[in-house]
Design a protein around this ligand. Structure first.
Ligand code: ZN
Length: 193
């Protein structure tokens, strides 16, 4: 790897940390029905609004020694873990999109891979905590995936993307109807969103 390639990989890792910071907040807010843009981040213990210095991925947690600067309440480690995981995932996607740092960056492939990695991580975190996958995140994934197919990212044509989405949806509906005895759509309407 040349110095330029090292710098590019480091930049992508940093980008992943910031996206991870957003994913951490989203993983807390989406299942609780809170907007992901409003209100601004606050300490869950003392409600003090967090400033830019409190929101630097990983560094803020480290500098504040894992505690709120206002009330000293411990900050959940999940946010740092999600930030670091996103950074590593982004670096991995970047490595794949440059064929092991050797080739020119496949921008469309990187965009598709980074979007998919972000969504899957968000889904996994929400699933771990709540044992469910919110419709809103699923739908966002479908829209992003179809949009990327329309733009020609990756190897999937728009028709294939639609076909795959329909097939995946059908498999889930049929399996859950058999297991639960009713449609999973009805379950989601009843206890979520
Ligand atoms: Zn606090």
């Amino acid at each position: 790897m040349t110095i330029r390639e090292h710098a590019a990989a480091a930049f992508v890792f940093l980008l992943g940390l910031f996206i991870g910071s957003f994913l951490g907040a989203a993983s807390y807010r989406i299942p609780r029905g809170i907007s992901i843009v409003w209100p601004p981040s606050a300490c869950p213990a003392c409600r003090a609004r967090l400033g830019a210095a409190d929101l630097i991925p990983v560094a803020s947690y480290w500098l504040l020694r894992g505690r709120c600067r206002h009330c000293g309440a411990p900050i959940s480690k999940r946010y740092v873990v999600i930030e670091l995981l996103t950074g590593v995932l982004f670096a991995g996607v970047y490595a794949a999109a440059t064929r092991g740092f050797g080739a020119a960056l496949d921008w469309a492939g990187f965009g598709a891979g980074a979007s998919l990695a972000s969504l899957l991580l968000l889904m996994a975190v929400i699933d771990l905590e709540h044992m469910r996958l919110p419709d809103t995140v699923n739908a966002a994934g479908a829209v992003i995936g179809f949009g990327l197919a329309l733009l020609g990212a990756g190897v999937v044509t728009p028709a294939h993307a639609l076909y795959g989405a329909a097939l995946g949806f059908l498999v889930v509906v049929v399996c859950e109807s058999i297991v639960l005895g009713h449609s999973p759509i009805a379950v989601d309407r009843a206890d979520t969103n």
